[in-house]
Design a protein around this ligand. Structure first.
Ligand SMILES: [Zn+2]
Length: 172
């Protein structure tokens, strides 16, 4: 039964069900996430998704066309961001595909910067991936003022750490 979405969306039997996915709060983060109840192999279709079309960018929207967004606060809109995600979205077919092997109980992640040209809200990232970009923006926007200050702060901390690691020499 496709029971993750409200009844009006459940016409499609291929939509996800609570037997396969659990919407849950995520430790250390504000908001919800989605965990798997079974394993998925890299390269398979994880699920289909749906939502309401909106002309506005909201917290849980995903861009479909330059000026149309899909509002899904029930499933994909709740996926956690990662700079090295385990899922990628096909926004034409409204399908989720596994980029890596995904174990049962794992959080499903997508790269938010690929979901909208301009994000509802840019944010600092500590996803822990080796390629973490530290500050997440939409596809077609640079870091805002807060983001620039945040990244500059990280950079100056990094420089201070490098300087502190230099051997001292010639001090009197
Ligand atoms: Zn990150």
């Amino acid at each position: 039964m496709s029971d993750l979405y409200p009844p009006e969306f459940r016409v499609d039997p291929e939509l996800p069900a609570t037997t396969d996915f659990t919407v849950t709060s995520v430790d250390g983060r504000v908001g919800m996430g989605v965990r798997t109840n079974k394993a998925f192999t890299r390269g398979v279709r994880v699920a289909k998704f749906t939502g309401q079309l909106s002309s506005k960018i909201l917290q849980h929207t995903l861009q479909v066309t330059p000026d149309m967004h899909l509002h899904d606060p029930w499933f994909v809109g709740l996926f956690t961001h990662s700079c090295a995600p385990n899922c990628v979205l096909d926004m034409q077919r409204l399908e989720i595909w596994a980029l890596t092997d995904i174990g049962s109980g794992e959080l499903l992640t997508i790269d938010y910067s690929m979901t909208e040209d301009v994000l509802h809200r840019q944010f600092a990232c500590g996803c822990g991936s080796a390629h973490c970009r530290r500050w997440i923006t939409g596809r077609r926007e640079g870091p805002n003022e807060t983001g620039r200050a945040y990244l500059a702060g990280l950079e100056s901390k990094k420089i201070k750490r490098m300087v502190a690691r230099q051997p001292r020499r010639g001090t009197r």
